[in-house]
Design a protein around this ligand. Structure first.
Ligand code: AMP
Length: 124
């Protein structure tokens, strides 16, 4: 499937809609989730056009992949959750309810996060 450059994170990367940036370098942008689910809820995205984890792992350069995960760790340290703990989530595809078709890693932290996953209901 071709990358859809009308997705909301592509628009953020082009500066067409505002965002609350917490980190940026030549390969990565990170900004606060618009509907935070935890005190720290940051989205970390590559600047390159990758629609999913599958696409990023297959087609991202080693430098881009390293940059995303180094940024995640740096953001966790900067937000004071490296010691208390945090969780990464990368929803991928329909079963995971990936809503935005630009690869992104959620960084959750700042409170106890509970169990990793809850049982699915029929409508999940
Ligand atoms: P996912 O289900 O993993 O694709 O999650 C997409 C996330 O993007 C959700 O947590 C949304 O709250 C978040 N989101 C959607 N639009 C924006 C936006 N304009 N700025 C920041 N976060 C957004």
């Amino acid at each position: 499937m071709a990358y859809d450059s009308n997705n909301i994170f592509a628009k953020i990367l082009r500066g067409e809609i505002p965002n609350d940036t917490v980190y940026e370098d030549e390969r990565v942008l990170a900004f606060r989730d618009i509907q935070p689910q935890t005190p720290v809820h940051v989205l970390v995205i590559p600047k390159g056009e990758y629609e999913s984890m599958d696409d990023f792992a297959e087609n991202g350069s080693d430098a881009e992949i390293a940059a995303v995960f180094r940024a995640v760790a740096s953001i966790a340290r900067d937000h004071g959750v490296a010691d208390s703990g945090y969780r990464l989530l990368a929803n991928t595809g329909a079963d995971a309810h990936q809503e935005v078709a630009h690869f992104h890693v959620h960084v959750f932290g700042g409170r106890r996060l509970g169990r990793m996953i809850r049982p699915a209901r029929d409508d999940d």
